[in-house]
Design a protein around this ligand. Structure first.
Ligand SMILES: Cc1cc2nc3c(=O)[nH]c(=O)nc-3n(C[C@H](O)[C@H](O)[C@H](O)COP(=O)(O)OP(=O)(O)OC[C@H]3O[C@@H](n4cnc5c(N)ncnc54)[C@H](O)[C@@H]3O)c2cc1C
Length: 363
């Protein structure tokens, strides 16, 4: 039998999805003198490795980039009024899934494509890492289960479909696709997430912090509703009193991060995931919450305040993930050219901040 172990006790792993391109991308290590984009097309080690598993197993039971693999929906638990946690198990057991997932987790941020069979369309979703707090049972992990945090778009084809199928139904997945290979030398990440963009932030955290050395990640997470991040406690509020951070006000809006208070048992599942990451890596993770509902938002002040100029990190990376408009506002739009999605030039507030020594990557 291939490795059957508890992932909770070992390094978490992440995947990738196959959309227009099967190529993965990797930012360079943080530039020495100024922020810039480096969009190298990277048909890298992970893709190659995944190919090997496909050849080795040569069946549809192993997640792969060429064909869709059947999983079944084990459970769908509401996380908020607009999103749910999905758990999927491969329909047939494959001893190779563990290695496919592990390679992806070790590489960085990854996704898988879900197929909507009636319309024959696919959408990418981001597997969540496994934590002791809310994770899968050892049995589920050994069976190759994956979990996803998916927002239901009331007009969206695939997310709506996924929210209506019965538990036990088949769901076809293809991947993994590496969205961002976090360079080995990266020792500090600022992750700016909007909505479900938090899923890749959790991935980046697990991938980065499970590497050797004392690396750090700071997450800024913006949501529309309190319900989306109930119970979230912003870490920078502790600092703001001392250091005067986030003191700027722009009209009625504020860049002050929030405490979204609720009873412990009502804390959002994703907030509990973030707390679990903090407990697993004490002092290496900070999270700040922003809410449209409360007129707090991630602007220049919030980003600047998250950049610790006294940090001795050598290779620093900003990752931005969320809806298109959110990414454009933060870092300028991504571009489509010759059937490929490209990074596009750095724009938005990150460019205006002209941050030295930080690489930037749009997810
Ligand atoms: C790498 C990656 C990872 C992702 N991970 C996650 C994740 O973990 N969780 C998650 O929830 N999402 C994730 N997403 C987003 C996800 O892939 C889908 O884009 C999202 O679920 C919406 O898909 P849909 O099919 O439901 O909506 P779509 O059918 O694509 O529609 C999206 C919106 O566009 C509007 N629309 C569609 N067609 C038109 C038109 N012709 N004119 C005007 N408006 C139109 C619809 O009304 C709807 O509001 C990820 C995306 C990527 C690229």
């Amino acid at each position: 039998m291939h490795r059957l172990v508890s992932l909770a006790a070992t390094r978490p792993i992440r995947l990738v999805s196959t959309s227009a391109s099967t190529s993965a991308t990797t930012p360079t290590s943080a530039p020495k003198s100024k922020s810039r984009w480096l969009g190298f097309l990277f048909v890298g080690a992970t893709a190659t490795a995944a190919g090997i598993y496909v050849r080795q197993s040569n069946d549809s039971a192993t997640l792969n980039q060429e064909t869709f693999t059947k999983y079944s929906l084990v459970s769908r638990e509401p996380v908020s009024t607009t999103s749910s946690l999905f758990t999927l198990r491969p329909r047939k057991f494959s001893e190779f899934n563990y290695d496919v997932y592990e390679d992806a987790w070790a590489t960085g941020v990854w996704s898988v494509m879900f197929k909507q069979p009636q319309l024959q369309i696919g959408r990418d979703y981001t597997p969540l890492p496994t934590t002791a707090a809310t994770g899968l049972s050892v049995e589920d992990e050994n069976e190759g289960c994956l979990r996803f945090f998916i927002r239901k778009d009331p007009f969206g084809e695939v997310s709506r479909y996924l929210h209506t199928i019965e538990v036990g139904a088949d769901v076809e997945l293809r991947g993994p696709k590496i969205e961002c290979a976090i360079p080995e030398e990266t020792d500090e990440v600022l992750f700016i997430a909007g909505g479900t963009g938090i899923a890749p932030a959790l991935q980046a955290g697990y991938s980065l912090l499970s590497r050797d050395g004392r690396r750090k990640i700071h997450i800024l997470w913006a949501n529309r509703l309190k319900d989306d991040c109930a119970g979230g406690q912003s870490d920078s509020l502790k600092l703001s009193a001392k250091q005067g951070w986030f003191s700027s006000w722009f009209g009625s809006k504020s860049e002050t991060p929030q405490i979204v208070s609720v009873r412990d048992e009502d804390r959002s599942l994703i907030v509990r995931e973030l707390e679990a990451l903090k407990s697993q890596y004490p002092g290496q993770v900070t999270v700040d919450y922003f809410l449209d509902e409360d007129n707090t938002f991630i602007g220049k002040e919030a980003v600047r305040a998250s950049i610790d100029s006294s940090s001795d990190s050598k290779s620093k990376l900003i990752l931005v993930s969320g809806p298109e408009g959110f990414i454009s506002y933060m870092a300028g739009p991504k571009l489509w050219a010759q059937g490929q999605e490209l990074q596009g030039p750095l724009n938005g507030i990150i460019r205006e901040l002209d941050l030295k020594d930080w690489g930037v990557w749009k997810l």
